[in-house]
Design a binder for this molecule. Sequence first.
Ligand code: FMN
Length: 222
Amino acid sequence: MTLSDLNRLLTGRHSCRAFRPDPVPQDQIEQILTSASRVPSWCNAQPWHVVVTSGVETDRFRAAMQTEAATGAPAPDLPFPTSYSGPYQERRRECGWSLYEAVGVERGDRAGSARQMMENFSLFGAPHCAILSSPAELGPYGAMDCGGFITAFSLAAQALGVATIPQAALATYSPFLRRYFEIPDDRIVLCAISFGYADKDHPANSFRTDRADLSQIVNWVG
Ligand SMILES: Cc1cc2nc3c(=O)[nH]c(=O)nc-3n(C[C@H](O)[C@H](O)[C@H](O)COP(=O)(O)O)c2cc1C
């Protein structure tokens, strides 16, 4: 195993926003979860827990999620960012514009961008969805550990040719998710990861995001 092997996984992965319906074999889903569980966590608490949907249960959830997004009130367990400014705002805009350009939504077309946003709630057509939660008592550190789990999940999936997308959008409706999947009240719902095989020809999968130069993210001391 070399750094270039790892970099091949890191650069090959992207957030997939159009899936084919074919299911991922159960043993491969288990391999992805087992690999993702190898990430470090504070005190090795391993705060992550996932509900994974497959088959008709994904479709039943998709339909219920779409109804909730159309009629329910936003109530995320983990407060969403209050604002994005400076480079964070720029990167956020750039990423949004790349997506909208790819799917043919013009700048300023609010109805078109809202329509594309609603695709989140159809899970972008994915055959599987993992709902990720963490114990409320672990607070932001539990969420931090779960961030590592999301990354490792995505990379392990990539190694098996399985595409993923983390989705905070679904956590907009955390109380609904907790009710729907009987997630205990002492856990907070962080996000979902939809996954399956990429529809490689779909325009939503035709762009890639870039990354800031080291000079923008590091201060060298010594
Ligand atoms: C915690 C988390 C939540 C995210 N939530 C969403 C989401 O709700 N909808 C979406 O389209 N993308 C979502 N993304 C994907 C990001 O937009 C994406 O990772 C970022 O633009 C970088 O692009 P890449 O993943 O293709 O490298 C999320 C990513 C993370 C890590």
